[in-house]
Design a protein around this ligand. Structure first.
Ligand code: ZN
Length: 311
């Protein structure tokens, strides 16, 4: 893994390289931006470069030293990826049961990060989807960040950093990631042998989401052309509930990020964007805590149409 693999995020990569070149690693970072635009990959490469024993002159990790090999295989003892899967493993529960990051998980992480590094360098924690932290968990994390253990650094990833407590935001060095330009998304997909015009339209500059959309069969490809297209989108949702929820989440992402895109292009006013985005974010949260995904998707599509979104 090296920085040249990250496409369309020149500014963020420049910032990360500059930090590496300075040799001064801040103790908390926040990589913010939509899902699927390269935040996690960039964070992993950055961490690998800090842990690497011989990074190159462009600050990319060497990919050959024992530390690099351990990061690449996901077995580096001084690098923890904290996400719902990490928590499921700790709690010996199914992944599907994990919806938020709990305080016990953060306490466990603290004790792991307080131990001496096994490979002699830094210790790093990568907290994925930091908006999943419960309030109590955020408070526990804040306590750690106020006095982080020596030679540790913490990277938070979030697509909804407005949902994070201000006390954490004010401590973190923020590195924004932007949506990727449509032409570049098309190029990246083409290199993978994928051609899907509806995925491109719906993905709002996220390669990750474009890949998910392109895998959908029977996908109507249109969400907001007319009330009928909203109904068709709901009818195309899978029958089983967990898949239905996942797909609904993808639709909420597409609607809110495309609304943002429309607003930035001056096609809709800030008021319209803000109101619809707030309603959709509320519906998304409701579905995550058990509301009916079909009815919520229908409502979200209609709200987005009302605000002026057409795709
Ligand atoms: Zn290395």
């Amino acid at each position: 893994m090296n920085f040249s693999e990250i496409k369309g995020q020149d500014k963020a990569v420049r910032n990360l390289r500059a930090i590496l070149a300075s040799g001064k690693i801040p103790s908390v970072f926040l990589l913010s931006g939509p899902d699927g635009v390269g935040k996690k990959l960039a964070a992993k490469i950055f961490i690998q470069a800090v842990l690497c024993s011989a990074p190159d002159k462009n600050q990319s990790p060497c990919e050959l030293c024992p530390s690099c090999l351990a990061v690449q295989q996901g077995i580096h003892p001084d690098f923890k990826v904290v996400d719902l899967a990490y928590q499921a493993n700790l709690r010996e529960e199914e992944l599907s049961k994990q919806r938020t990051l709990r305080v016990d998980t953060i306490r466990h992480l603290r004790s792991e990060m307080s131990m001496e590094p096994m490979m002699g360098g830094w210790k790093a924690a990568l907290i994925v989807d930091a908006e999943n932290l419960e309030i109590e968990s955020s408070n526990a994390l804040l306590k750690i960040l106020e006095e982080p253990p020596r030679k540790t650094f913490w990277i938070l990833l979030s697509s909804q950093d407005q949902a994070l407590p201000k006390t954490i935001l004010s401590r973190a060095l923020k590195i924004p990631f932007a949506p990727i330009a449509p032409k570049l998304v098309a190029q990246i997909l083409a290199q993978m042998g994928i051609e899907s015009s509806s995925a491109l339209k719906l993905c709002a500059g996220s390669v990750g989401k474009a890949l998910e959309f392109s895998k959908r069969e029977n996908w109507p490809g249109i969400l907001t052309k007319s009330p009928l297209s909203a109904v068709q989108a709901c009818e195309a949702l899978p029958r089983d509930l967990p898949s239905c929820r996942r797909e609904a989440d993808l639709i909420f992402f597409s609607l809110s990020e495309n609304l943002r895109w429309f607003y930035h292009q001056g096609k809709i006013s800030f008021e319209r964007f803000e109101k619809a985005a707030r309603d959709i974010s509320w519906l998304r949260a409701a579905v995550r805590s058990n509301a009916d995904p079909r009815a919520s998707v229908l409502l979200a599509c209609l709200k987005a149409q009302e605000a002026g979104l057409k795709n």
